[in-house]
Design a protein around this ligand. Structure first.
Ligand SMILES: Nc1nc2c(ncn2[C@@H]2O[C@H](COP(=O)(O)OP(=O)(O)O)[C@@H](O)[C@H]2O)c(=O)[nH]1
Ligand SMILES: [Mg+2]
Length: 363
């Protein structure tokens, strides 16, 4: 699962990406890797791991991770192949969610491609390019499918859905804003449309505004806009994040205190990104290893077990589950069992975020 960082040129995408990769490099517990210069993996900050480590004193702690991709090259006309247009679009097709960085800082030394700071205009330029790219896909598909639709029920159904999407795109609506039945949804997901991906906005503000804590007009505008489409806005200063990420723990804490921040804004982005992807975490915890495992919301116990090992899924008998809250209450897994806080769950159990699990299986 990966998140693509998009936005107009000079809004702070790479600055934010550098902060992410530096933070990744800092994390001793996870073997950080830069797969390609624009792809970074970072661990998901999770205080539950700290608690589990405290009670289990494991040899190893393995956090959940998330992949970010810095996608350069989106400008007006990208859908027509201008700039890095087509390359950009193929990169974005591969990601599971989009983080749209929006410039909300003034700095006369840094050129804005559109000549002024205007978050809504910027967001709309990007959305429009994605809509145009989707439109092309839909029209091509319509041409092919409508030929078959007369004698083929499935094709006729697909044409109906394609027409519905086309109408939405024509009205400037991203596919994620349209309503579909379950049956339609499964067809729509096959189309890999750019505007069907979940989106979150990052307002990149100046260091001064971040430190003063006052919301500038650009952020206000962006929040109002995002609220209408049920999207989230996270406010950061990419410059400060980059600086924070390059410091030692001690220096970082000192600087955070000085700025009056509880934690780096990056942590917030990573956590929100994780949930934007529809992911939750379950844990296995013992003296050898405390491990955060990533699953899709709605995953059942046997498939969750299969994340650990395919034998766990094949030979699944049951899951012994303690919720994280119950574990905190009890203080240890043994105490939770004694207090009757451990549940036995079968193959239809839907895993919950924070479950601490032992899987029983035979092979
Ligand atoms: N003053 C200020 N400059 C920033 C901030 N974020 C990024 N920049 C600068 O803006 C320029 C473009 O940033 P970059 O991250 O390369 O933008 P990208 O084109 O979106 O990847 C660089 O010179 C950054 O140092 C910020 O929060 N404040
Ligand atoms: Mg860049």
């Amino acid at each position: 699962m990966e998140i693509g960082i998009v936005g107009l040129p000079n809004v702070g995408k790479s600055t934010l990406f550098n902060a992410i990769t530096k933070a990744g490099a800092e994390c001793a517990n996870y073997p950080f890797c830069t797969i390609e210069p624009n792809v970074g993996i970072v661990s998901v900050p999770d205080e539950r791991l700290d608690f589990l480590s405290k009670i289990e004193k494991p040899q190893k702690v393995i956090p959940a991770t998330i992949k970010f991709v810095d996608i350069a090259g989106l400008t007006k006309g990208a859908s027509k192949g201008e700039g890095l247009g087509n390359k950009f679009l193929s990169h974005i097709r591969e990601v599971d969610a989009i983080l749209n960085v929006v410039r909300c800082f003034e700095d006369s030394n840094i050129v804005h491609v559109e000549g002024s700071i205007d978050p809504i205009r910027d967001v709309e330029i990007i959305t429009l390019e994605l809509i145009l790219a989707d439109m092309e896909v839909i029209e091509r598909r319509l041409q092919k499918t409508s030929k078959l639709a007369r004698n083929d029920k499935k094709a006729a159904f697909e044409v109906e859905v394609l027409e519905k999407i086309k109408k939405g795109l024509d009205e400037g609506k991203p596919v994620r804003a349209l309503q579909f039945t379950e049956e339609e949804k499964s067809f729509v997901s096959q189309l890999m449309l750019l505007t069907s991906k979940p989106v979150m906005y990052v307002a990149n503000i100046s260091e001064e505004d971040l430190i003063s804590g006052e919301e500038n007009q650009y952020v206000k505008q962006l929040k109002e806009y995002a609220e209408k489409e049920n999207s989230q806005v996270l406010v950061i200063s990419a410059k400060i994040e980059e600086e924070l990420a390059s410091l030692s723990d001690e220096e970082r804490n000192e600087l955070l205190r000085e700025y009056g921040l509880a934690e780096p804004g990056l942590n917030n982005i990573i956590r929100h990104g994780y949930s934007l992807l529809g992911l939750i975490t379950f844990f296995t915890a013992g003296p050898k290893e405390v491990h955060a495992w990533t699953i899709k919301k709605g995953t059942k116990a046997p498939q969750a077990a299969g994340k650990i090992h395919s034998d766990f899924e094949k030979g699944f008998i049951r899951a012994e589950v303690i919720s994280y809250e119950d574990l905190v209450k009890a203080g240890s897994q043994a105490a939770a069992r004694e207090m009757g806080l451990m549940r036995l769950e079968g193959k239809d159990y839907v895993m919950q975020d924070g479950d601490v699990v032992v899987f029983r299986f035979n092979v």
